[in-house]
Design a protein around this ligand. Structure first.
Ligand SMILES: [Ca+2]
Ligand SMILES: [Ca+2]
Length: 242
């Protein structure tokens, strides 16, 4: 078993992984995440407007964690009818919430002047299976009339990793054997790993520190982003046969 003198992983909480369209007039509301449709309701930009069976999704790859928090603000525009019209939130195609509002719920702000608007903050905590490296979030509408009568929008998308993981691999580009550390604590300190580390998958907000007396003059190496090919990180017990 090869020895690494020192590996320390610092998990900083919460790990804010993704944000989009956070402010009333954020310019990134116009990027292509989720959708390139943008609507302005009384000075507040939303992705939208959507109606009928419109749905929007965002796929996250090379994301690592056991527990996540997803939040957004929904804009209910005009005449939503309970029992007919609804919006669903899906994680990897599994529905985690379904909600609706009444046609006269809210205050009159924009679009059809007969019906009011309502801005509502939504937040969800969910788990992913260990080893999963991708995540798809979807907002899926079901409305029987068009945007002139009833529609929705969304903004303030935020994805946080509540329980992040780090994965070490025996080959470059996240291939080969996997050695994984997930932690709900602030730090994790490890003294033995099962192979020479060739690549490391690290999400934003995590620091991995590694040290060995015979490597790099015993200096601590700190990594704050994924390492695709650590060709130089030869631990002593591997070097002896090189
Ligand atoms: Ca209206
Ligand atoms: Ca309807």
């Amino acid at each position: 078993m090869p020895g690494v003198s020192f590996i320390k992983i610092l998990f900083l909480y919460p790990t804010l992984y993704y944000q989009n369209c956070m402010d009333a007039q954020s310019s990134d509301c116009f990027n292509n995440d989720w959708s390139n449709w943008v609507a302005d309701c009384a000075g507040t930009l939303f992705k939208g407007r959507f109606s009928h069976s419109d749905q929007i999704s965002l796929q996250f790859n090379n994301i690592l964690g056991l527990k996540f928090s997803f939040s957004f603000m929904v804009g209910k525009f005009d005449s939503w009818d309970p029992g007919e019209d609804q919006l669903q939130v899906l994680v990897d195609d599994a529905v985690i919430d379904t909600f609706t509002y009444g046609p006269y719920y809210g205050t009159y702000m924009c679009f059809n002047s007969t019906y009011p608007e309502y801005f509502d903050s939504k937040s969800y905590v969910f788990n992913l299976p260990i080893g999963r490296k991708s995540l798809k979030l979807t907002l899926k509408g079901s409305f029987n009339e068009g945007v002139d009568n009833e529609s929705w929008g969304a903004k303030k998308f935020t994805l946080e990793i509540l329980e992040p993981c780090v994965e070490f691999y025996s080959d470059c580009n996240f291939q080969g054997d996997i050695w994984r550390i997930c932690n709900g604590n602030q730090t994790s300190q490890v003294r033995n790993i099962p192979f020479e580390i060739k690549s490391i998958l690290i999400v934003n907000g995590i620091q991995v520190k590694m040290r060995d007396p015979k490597y790099n003059g015993g200096q601590t190496q700190t990594y704050t982003s994924s390492q695709y090919c650590l060709s130089s990180y030869q631990f002593p017990k591997y070097n002896q046969n090189a």
